[in-house]
Design a protein around this ligand. Structure first.
Ligand SMILES: [Zn+2]
Length: 80
């Protein structure tokens, strides 16, 4: 197994990782402080400030149903 492919969901209480749930879709959190803070807020991470903007963060698809459904559905690129 290639460890560089390892991803985990940063949402509290979420146990999704590429090991535990390999079939789950992981969405990269944009490397932009503003966007990141917004997403982390949605994820109810209270430790937003301790998280480096340089580290890789992922949400699993679970939370996108919940938090991002209301956003425009045609925007599949998630700001890339
Ligand atoms: Zn998750």
């Amino acid at each position: 197994m290639n460890s560089s492919y390892y991803k985990y969901c940063i949402v509290p209480q979420c146990k999704s990782t590429t090991i535990e749930t390999p079939n789950k879709l992981f969405i990269y959190v944009p490397n932009n402080e503003q966007i990141r803070k917004k997403w982390l807020k949605l994820a109810r991470r209270v430790d937003v400030h301790s998280l480096s903007t340089n580290s890789r963060m992922y949400f699993c698809a679970d939370h996108f149903d919940k938090y991002f459904e209301k956003k425009s559905k045609k925007d599949d690129s998630m700001g890339e």
